[in-house]
Design a protein. Sequence first.
Length: 205
Amino acid sequence: MTAAAPAVAVAAAAGRDSRRARLEARARRPVSSSPSLPVPTRSMRRTIEGFRLDEERHWVAALDCGHARHVRHDPPLVERAWVLDARLREARIGTPLDCVRCDRRELPDHFRETRRTRRFTEATVPNALRRSHSTRRGVWGVLHVHRGRLAYRQHAPFDDECILEAGQTGLILPEVEHEVEPLGPVEFEIAFHAAPPPDEADPAP
Ligand SMILES: [Zn+2]
């Protein structure tokens, strides 16, 4: 990893590059499931796709991001009597729920890589990736930087940016607007991850 000198040089070169200099001056860190990353200013809202019981017979909501969240009725600590009623549970399907595991940027454990882009360089990166865009529901991405440096910005609810260097990865959350910007010569690819087909998934408890 190089020292901070290039950032100083860039800042001196031109005022219009001040944003880039600020980016480079930020602590260099991969965007990953690292717990040290800041959580978003507001929680990620995900959609409930269904419910199942866990081993202890507590209800778990399956969310469209691939995560699961307990929705216990555990009085007097947690009052959620609706979860015991099949009809009331059904009525919650399609409604939003905060997902703390998305807030912590954790790729769902059971997800598998489904597709990988070719390697892009600063010359071949599609314009669509430079503009704000997102993966669709339930599809996660992992940016793999093989050479050079890539600025990676995530929009709401994260609103942060970082610089990925060779060997680092950046996690792309489903439906979160983001964009990339090559900082000089770069080589990177994106691996997409999604839920395995039902017949390959582990049986739910
Ligand atoms: Zn989630």
